[in-house]
Design a protein around this ligand. Sequence first.
Ligand SMILES: [Zn+2]
Length: 209
Amino acid sequence: MATRAVRGYRTISRDAACLLAAVHEGGSNPLPDAVRRWRAESSERSLDLWAERLEEPLVSVALIEAIRPLFKEWVNRKHGALSFHLTQMLTGHGCFGQYLCQTARRESDTRCHHCLDERDTAEHTMTTCPSWMEQRTALTAVIGMDLSLPAIIRAMLSSEIAWQAVNDFAQEVITAKEEAERRREQEALDPLRRPRRRRMRRSGRGDLH
Ligand SMILES: [Zn+2]
């Protein structure tokens, strides 16, 4: 089943992963399919996931709207695995301030921890955040300057190289954002160790991939 091939952000983004999988499976109306699956599971966790999804429906609606004009190409594509980090970047369900605050409720505000912006989203990360300039330059060199979601989907479907470029951006940037989130969590638990952890982070930066 295609759902297995689509991994999301921890357990919470399973809804978005299901949505992507449903689109990939070629269902003309993926939302009811996803609802039926969750109802069949009859677990409280499933209901929680659905409730979280309803809190932020625009994320997935935007993705569906971006895919809709290229639906046949999306379903019939010969290349293009949906990796863990790529799924986060396309759905916005992942290590982004807005998601961490409003959906996962793990942070007290929506701000970006990598610049001064008050709202960190997948779009902010992809198009605006100055911390990812280098990765963005590498991406736009391959897919062009339009980094809107419809343009990204179009590019990803146009060639395997473009799909890989988007995947590389997602992989590198979200890995760094996740590492920063883990560091924030550790520092919150143990503030006295903060300086030493910062030194360790600097020396370990080369390990990022
Ligand atoms: Zn930022």
